[in-house]
Every structure is written in structure tokens, then in C-alpha cells.
Design a protein around this ligand. Structure first.
Ligand SMILES: Cc1cc2nc3c(=O)[nH]c(=O)nc-3n(C[C@H](O)[C@H](O)[C@H](O)COP(=O)(O)O)c2cc1C
Length: 225
């Protein structure tokens, strides 16, 4: 697949078949993502690739704690509530997803069900937990940038092989659960995770194409004729 096609057609995938993903394929994808640039070539990332029983335990722990009302516990500063244009874009994609899924605005039960799916990482067969070296915690936010680059690379490489993925904060919202079951070393900080698997073509939300503002709104050009 051409890079241009992958970048244009990729979208977050939130419904997966039960078919397992071969470890060899995951290794190939990670090898590609691993080529990402990083500040001073520090390569601060670590991938913990979870499947099977461990992933089920993470899902269960996440779900139980959220239902019990335990406040989210992340290892990086949470983004909090968005406002202004960011809130507008957040609502836009939520409306698109709910419309595709036929979830009515006032259907509290189905909306809650959708949120809980997120905490189960959309029942994906694989979850890649992305961490960075704790020793860089006092070096500003540049490691977060590096992890963003490597994670987008991972998602694109997965898409190129026909796999679908969604980067998600929900899956690591109860980070102590992930840390415990996945055995994340203390010298690493959990930043995000990527739910990954073979897209379920019949899952309506998978065809949602999120909108982007035009280039003239996202960029300005200085010093051109
Ligand atoms: C840092 C980050 C965290 C995200 N967390 C979630 C999440 O918790 N749940 C979810 O459904 N999608 C999550 N997403 C996916 C975004 O909603 C998605 O990328 C955005 O709406 C644009 O849609 P697209 O990926 O289909 O282009 C996250 C994406 C990023 C980059």
C-alpha cells in the first residue's frame, strides 16, 4: 500500500473479529514503527504487547474499577475537559460515531455501553501498551512527542497490513491494573495504548471518517510569493 493511501484512508477501528494476530506480524509492525524519529535519537519508547489471559484481566480490572466509581488513575497529566473548538471537534466525532451505531442522544444505556466498550479496549485481540523511560520524566514533554510519532507509525504500519487500530486512553485509564497484570517495570511510565486486530467489516463505527479542517485553517505560509 502506498503511504499516501494509508494516510488518507486510515481511521480508528473500534470493532474487531475474534481472529488472533500472529506474533510475527506484530513484530514486523513494531520493527517499522521503531524507525520513528526521536529527540536526539533517544528512542524512549517501550511496547508491551498484550493478548490472551493477561489482556482479559486488564479489561476486567478496568471495567470493575470504573463501575465501582474509582477515579481514573493515569500516569501522565490528564487532558481534562476540552473547551472551544476542541470541544466542538470532540462532539463532532462523537455524533458521527453514535449516528453510525444508531445510538440515540438520550439513550443513556447504549451510551454507557459504548463507554464501557472503550474501557475493554473495544474487545480487541491485542493491546499495545506504550511506555517511556521514567528517567526522562524531568526532561520536559519531549518524550511524549517521541511516543506520539512512534505510535502513529505503529498504527500506519498496522493499517498497511490490513489490521485496524485505535489509539486509546480509555484502556489505560486505570493504569495500576495495567501495570499489575502486564508487569510493567517501575522504571517506565504508561502513556497510552493501542487496541489492535482485524477489522470487523460489519461494525458500523469502523466506516466513520472523521473530518479535518482545510489546510488554510491548519497552516500559514510565511515568506512565499
Ligand atoms: C492520544 C489519543 C487518545 C485517544 N483515546 C481514545 C479513546 O480513549 N477512545 C476512543 O474511542 N478513541 C480514542 N482516540 C481516537 C480518536 O478519537 C481519533 O483518533 C479521532 O477521533 C480521529 O479519528 P480517526 O483516528 O478515525 O481519524 C484517541 C486518539 C489519540 C491520538
Amino acid at each position: 500500500m502506498e503511504l499516501k493511501q494509508a494516510m488518507q484512508e486510515r481511521r480508528s477501528i473500534r470493532g474487531f473479529t475474534k481472529e488472533p494476530v500472529p506474533r510475527k506480524l506484530l513484530e514486523e509492525i513494531i520493527a517499522l514503527a521503531n524507525r520513528a524519529p526521536s529527540s536526539m535519537n533517544t528512542q524512549p519508547w517501550h511496547f508491551h504487547v498484550l493478548s490472551g489471559e493477561v489482556l482479559e484481566k486488564v479489561r476486567k480490572g478496568n471495567t470493575e474499577r470504573m463501575l465501582a466509581g474509582i477515579p481514573p488513575q493515569r500516569e501522565i497529566t490528564d487532558h481534562g475537559a476540552y473547551g472551544g473548538v476542541h470541544r466542538e471537534r470532540q462532539i463532532e466525532i462523537a455524533v458521527q460515531l453514535f449516528e453510525a451505531m444508531g445510538i440515540e442522544r438520550h439513550d443513556k444505556e447504549r451510551r454507557q455501553d459504548w463507554v464501557m466498550r472503550g474501557f475493554r479496549q473495544f474487545d480487541a485481540p491485542v493491546s499495545v501498551v506504550v511506555c517511556f523511560d521514567r528517567s526522562l520524566e524531568d526532561n520536559g514533554t519531549i518524550a511524549h512527542f517521541d511516543l506520539g510519532a512512534v505510535t502513529y507509525g505503529l498504527v500506519l504500519a498496522a493499517w498497511d497490513r490490513g489490521l485496524g487500530a485505535v489509539i486509546n486512553g480509555q484502556g489505560i485509564m486505570q493504569s495500576p491494573v495495567v501495570r499489575q497484570h502486564a508487569g510493567i517495570p517501575e522504571d517506565q511510565v504508561i502513556l497510552t495504548c493501542v487496541a489492535l486486530g482485524w477489522p470487523d467489516e460489519s461494525f458500523a463505527a469502523n466506516s466513520v471518517k472523521s473530518r479535518r479542517r482545510p489546510v488554510e485553517n491548519a497552516a500559514r505560509f510565511v515568506g512565499f510569493d
